[in-house]
Design a binder for this molecule. Structure first.
Ligand code: PBG
Length: 333
């Protein structure tokens, strides 16, 4: 007997049937909104390569957080543009630093909002690399892994003390999760979780972010510490080490080009997983939509549901508020 054709289509016939058998649903609770804090008052500088994204002074940042919570967003991740930079990035652990001030202001206004802080030095160093530099003995410079670990722990403790709910190291030094955990515990911050950017590739998709955060390296690139996009097995080793060192959540970054690794992590670990739909991924959608070549709402929602389907519990995306509003308006596509 021949198999009947088109049998898969029976459950696709109407919108209601399709909703009934839908496997993955987006919710505003899935999204984390990245925000950039800058000095000044009343400042909202548009980031040209990311339409709709701004560098906000602390007062305006609080307003952006309020709008996000009204759309149903429950978490933000903060990046800072400091008043001054130096070789070590020491302003990143100053009690009066831009991110510390932003965290205090947000937590005072919106205590329920989960405030995640990115932990890194590229925004704070005058050379734009993610740590302290050292002569490499070959006439060049390299990032000193272990000296950077000490500074990461300092930065983590300072941000936890300012009220940050989650610490998210993105520097890619070896041993940083353990060093940060030890630093937090020694300072009494046993309850502060670490969201590790465990699998972070040396990606060209970070371009617009480096405009937004003023964090492009002054020389060279980040390939000596961020991962080679060609390596999948190595990514699983990175994640395993971070789990052993005490990471509470793991992240894959960027998201869409690396959904294979997100799915592999989902099978291997029971920790909550985050995926960062990064600046370049977002900018591509915006740019094509501005030309009328793609429908922004639809490609955004399709992208986010694909990231969730692959295994993400949390999605960091510049489209968080747009997506949350679409869901509020009853988006079911
Ligand atoms: C800091 C950091 C970067 C991003 C997040 N944290 C930039 C980089 O590593 O160069 C990129 C995020 C994005 O592109 O949206 N190290």
């Amino acid at each position: 007997m021949a198999f009947p054709e088109h049998r898969m289509r029976r459950l696709r016939r109407t919108p209601t049937l399709r909703r009934l058998v839908r496997e993955t649903r987006l919710s505003p609770d899935d999204f984390v909104l990245p925000l950039f804090a800058c000095p000044g008052e009343g400042v909202a500088n548009p980031v040209l390569s990311m339409p709709g994204v701004f560098q906000h002074s602390v007062d305006r940042l609080v307003e952006a957080c309020r709008e996000a919570t009204e759309a149903g967003i429950s978490a933000v991740i903060l990046f800072g543009l400091p008043e001054a930079k130096d070789a070590e990035g020491s302003y990143s652990w100053s009690e009066d630093g831009i991110v510390q001030r932003a965290v205090r202001a947000i937590k005072a206004a919106l205590p329920e909002l989960v405030v995640i802080v990115d932990l890194c030095f590229c925004e704070f160093t005058d050379h734009g690399h993610c740590g302290v530099l050292l002569d490499d003995g070959r006439g060049g410079k390299k990032v000193d892994n272990d000296a950077t670990l000490e500074n990461l722990a300092r930065q983590a403790v300072s941000l936890a003390a300012s009220g940050a709910d989650v610490i998210a190291p993105s520097d890619m030094m070896d041993g940083r999760v353990g060093a940060i955990r030890n630093g937090l515990d020694a300072a009494g911050f046993h309850d502060t979780p670490i969201l590790s950017y465990a699998i972070k590739f040396a990606s060209a998709f970070y371009g617009p972010f480096r405009d937004a955060a003023d964090s492009a390296p002054a020389f060279g690139d980040r390939r000596a510490y961020q991962m080679d996009p060609a390596n999948g097995r190595e990514a699983l080793r990175e994640a395993t080490l971070d789990v052993e060192e005490g990471a509470d959540l793991l992240m894959v970054k960027p998201a869409v080009p690396y959904l294979d690794l997100l799915a592999a992590l989902r099978r291997r670990f029971d920790l909550p997983l985050a995926a960062y739909h990064v600046s370049g991924e977002f900018a591509m959608l915006k740019a094509a939509a501005e030309r009328g070549w793609l429908d922004y709402d639809r490609v955004l929602m399709e992208t986010l549901v694909a990231i969730k389907r692959a295994g993400a519990d949390l999605i960091l995306t510049y489209g968080a508020v747009d997506a949350a509003r679409l869901l509020q308006q009853g988006w079911t596509e």
